[in-house]
Design a protein around this ligand. Sequence first.
Ligand code: FEO
Ligand code: CA
Ligand code: CA
Ligand code: CA
Length: 527
Amino acid sequence: MSWRDLFSARATRRTFLRGGALGAAAATLPLELQAMPKRSASLRLPFEPLPPSKADEFLVAKGYRQQVLLRWHDDLGNGTFGCDPDFTAFMPIDLLEHGFDLTRAHAGYAPRNASSSEGLLVVNHEYVDPRFLQKGADQHTEVGMSVSHIVRKDERWQLVKDRRLNRRYDARTEFRLTGAAAMIDGGPIAIGTFANCSGGVTPWGTVLSCEENFQDFLEGGLEWDPKIYARRHYGWIVEIDPYDPAATPRKHTAMGRMRHENVGIRVGHDGTVVAYMGDDKRDSCVYKFIADRKLRDPRDRAANLAILESGRLYAADFSTGRWILLDSSAEALADSRKTAIDAGATPVDRPEDLEIHPRDGSVFIAMTNNALHGNFYGHIVRLVERNDDPAATEFEWSVFATGGPQSGFSCPDNLLFDDAGNLWMCTDVSNDSVGRGIYSFLGNNSLFYLPRDYQGGAVYRFAVGPIECELTGPCWTPDGSTMFIAAQHPGGHSAELETKGPTSHWPDGGNAMPRGAVVAITGFRTL
Ligand code: FEO
Ligand code: CA
Ligand code: CA
Ligand code: CA
């Protein structure tokens, strides 16, 4: 399919979807909040929902299979799999030959016919809990990111110990800062990446990783060497090329510096590239970056690799429904929260994931919680750009779902759409309160399903993680047959570790120390 065909394919699909799959009512209404489809009377779930669980197990709905694929310390043949995994991205091995489908942000822009049985799994390794480090291990090499070549054989996924493609990006790797703040604090070389939380995939086949709570490594107990780790070299969005181990990884200062959680990219009809981002800190903002350069033929990677190096940064004013253009000087970019708040942007309740709806382009934002304002259960906001234009400066928004015992979930974090527009949501009640007190109703953190016509009320539990973990980073193979998902910090509280041992022994069982791992879930109907 040519580059122009990709755009026209989307136009055709949009037309069809508005008039067809979403029902007759949607066909005559503009893309506004009131156009949301009504919930169908006969909802059919693709699985039987699970009840809450507090067991030290990874549970998945009946009829689906799970397999622990990669765990902390696993030998990749070139480095080892890092600590607590967050974001995962399945990058089909043949993606660059197939090109990209711009309607499929939820599948990393991979067309359906790209490989769903062989790929590179890119994983973020967010935290390192020194209590669970192996003897003699170096914290600096546990964090960052990993790339693992994986294949599916006889319904099971396995690692290929590929010395060329498998690799780690850790706190020792050299990165190059780009953009207006590239020379800040002795740039443009920055040493390492860490606190990599969620991320995103670009429509040119690279992976973005978000540096979030970098301060936890520089202070608060770990105290990494400030002569190596200049504070303002962290808190950026990182771009790596999974297909080119020799490419220098970069950090894009034009996209601002904050507690970057996640990035969701949408491409406008004219090729304008827009990135939605959140600052996961209480009373912090939602951002949008509009790149200066338009997307070229997605396979022209040399041109597209420069897209995130320059552009305009905006922050959301939810009181007026406007995007505020921010100062893009180096100093302003390096403290995006202050810049945004001073400009009138709205402080919100810890924005975590932002995902693009595959059928209408609206942006879903998980506001995980904010105890400062009594929002203990969190909610999901849906944002609709004026005229369905991602470059618009005005938007409408509504609350799509609210956490609490009435809906059954709490503290929404990572989100994932499927092809049909159903939403999959991981919860992240913190490891010292999950399953206790006001969060008893939830049990362990879980993966929930919200049907595409969700209109509030109960959500459906598809999977449950082990004790005191957070489920993170779900992603699909292009055909939707496998979901990869991570269980981060199992046993993460373990308040009496010295005397009673860890609260979780997952995934190894027995008396083993817990370790974060990526699970492959199969049994989804192939698209
Ligand atoms: Fe790393 Fe905001 O979760
Ligand atoms: Ca996390
Ligand atoms: Ca998160
Ligand atoms: Ca979280």
